[in-house]
Write a protein that binds this ligand. Structure first.
Ligand code: CAO
Length: 452
């Protein structure tokens, strides 16, 4: 019997890394290469295997500690006389590296020993202030898990570090997820599927459970006709539903005084008539939105699916909701910030026309960074547009009306345009949305500001 201190092996960097999981507890017996804990840096997650077989005498770190290469992790009593002795500089490098630093990849390691070793109880790392006591994140082998009492085995978790990281970022308790991989190993898709199902049934946790939808025989109440939904309507229904259930929506309403803009638009249209160009209200909206998106980059972003990063786009591609006989279609006007008003007007008219004729190419409906839904030609005073995921905001526009405006001395008639800005509240704060909407109001109220 000998006592050995297991240290942090070469992890390919001298920077400190976090201990995010401890897979063993005092008294546990570990085989050589059993994973004993998981470290995480800004860039990667790495499983540290035991260099020796033995029994854990003492844990020398706790979850949340920061460690570097060579720091002691735990004390092992080994039965292996003459067992491969750990050297603080080089011991177990091969175990961790597998010949290179591939295991440091944040991708799921394709490594047989990981498959064989891991079956853990609880999933997300929890602070442990008692490193030498029983650790709730105790490791068990798959065989041991099978031998456990049902309740305990039911909580065993068999997943790699990348999947664990994904689960932490989504707030998913891996103990509740059923793995579909080899020997029940939890895959990325299992975590996503679990999260998706939870979102769908989120209402059931409240005192008013979401009812499942029963089939209703409407013909019992009168004559009916069953019409197959168009392909466009089925696709947009699925997209709208996904956005509605996954994005916390808030809509900010505002009004822009477009009296001067409308005078300018009409005058310009008279001038452009000979060239067969019509400046629509939509063209002005695209233009001012492009300027506002440049000034407020968060509105021109997407939230990474892990929920850990915001992807800011350096291009401004604006989707235009078009009402077609087949249903809603959203062609994308690319690089709107680099185009003149007349170019935008001509392109928007062409996209809308081809959308109605079902002549758009798939690429013309992709890559949008922000959308505009204008119902101004139809009517209404305000509405709640649904954010067009993966975008984070959409501008709804209703019908402009002449309204009495108090100028300090008198009521004067002004043409007011209602704006409804829906946004993803995970990315955009209410104050930022109010500023963005107010910026649009300023730009529409005085087009000279577009030049600034
Ligand atoms: N206030 C008052 N009048 C308006 C207006 C507004 N906000 N917007 C447009 N109009 C007027 C136009 O000036 C035009 O009148 P004139 O012919 O006299 O100039 C008339 O209404 C028709 O405009 P339009 O709506 O057809 O044209 P547009 O360029 O303004 O919009 C498009 C084009 C593609 C946005 C529009 O045709 C469309 O399809 N809108 C529906 C979008 C939709 O379905 N949204 C819901 C999606 S779910 O969130």
């Amino acid at each position: 019997m000998a006592k050995e201190v297991v240290k942090v092996p070469d992890i390919g960097s001298t920077d400190p890394v976090d201990v995010i999981e401890i897979s063993v507890a005092r008294g546990d017996t570990v085989a050589r290469e059993d994973i004993i804990l998981i470290l995480e840096s800004d860039k990667a997650t790495v499983e540290v295997p035991s260099p020796l077989a033995g029994s854990v005498q003492q844990l020398l770190v706790a979850v949340g500690d920061r460690v570097r290469e060579g720091d002691p992790l735990l004390e092992l009593e080994t039965g292996e006389t003459g067992a491969r002795k750990q050297d603080s500089d080089s011991a177990n490098i091969d175990d961790v590296r597998g010949g290179d630093v591939a295991k440091l990849s944040s991708e799921e390691p394709d490594h047989a020993k990981t498959d064989e070793v891991i079956a853990r109880k609880t999933a997300p790392a929890a602070p442990n202030n008692n490193p030498t006591g029983d650790d709730p994140q105790k490791a068990v082998s798959p065989a041991a898990a099978a031998a456990m009492p049902d309740q305990q085995a039911a909580t065993a978790v068999y997943a790699g570090p990348a999947v664990r990281k994904l689960a932490r970022s989504l707030g998913v308790d891996l103990a509740a997820v059923k793995g579909t991989g080899l020997r029940g190993r939890i895959q990325h898709e299992d975590v996503h599927e679990w999260a998706r199902q939870r979102l769908q049934t989120a209402g059931t946790a409240t005192s008013f459970p979401a009812a499942s939808l029963p089939q209703i025989d409407f013909s019992k109440y009168g004559e009916i006709e069953s019409v197959e939904l168009s392909r466009i309507r089925k696709v947009s229904a699925a997209n709208l539903h996904r956005s509605w259930i996954t994005i916390p929506h808030v809509t900010q309403h505002d009004e822009a005084d477009i009296t001067d803009l409308e005078l300018f638009r009409k005058a310009e249209n008279r001038r452009l008539e000979a060239r067969d160009i019509k400046l629509t209200m939509l063209a002005f909206l695209v233009k001012v939105c492009a300027v506002a998106l440049r000034d407020f980059p968060d509105f021109n972003s997407s939230l990474d699916v892990d929920g850990e990063r915001l992807i800011l786009k350096k291009y401004i591609h604006i989707g235009i909701a078009v009402d077609t006989p087949g249903g809603l279609v959203v062609p994308v006007l690319q690089n709107a910030d680099r185009k003149s008003l007349t170019e935008i007007a001509a392109e928007a008219a062409d996209l809308a026309e081809r959308a109605r004729e079902r002549k758009l190419k798939p690429a013309e409906m992709q890559g949008g960074t922000f959308s505009i839904s204008s119902l101004g030609g139809i009517g209404g005073t305000a509405f709640t547009p649904v954010v067009n995921w993966p975008e984070v905001a959409i501008l709804g526009v209703s019908r402009a009306r002449t309204m009495p405006h108090w100028d300090g001395n008198n009521f004067v008639p002004r043409l007011m345009l209602p704006l409804s800005l829906s946004y993803d509240h995970r990315v955009i704060d209410g104050a930022a949305a109010a500023r963005f909407a107010s910026h649009l109001v300023t730009l529409l109220g005085d087009l000279r500001r577009v030049l600034v």
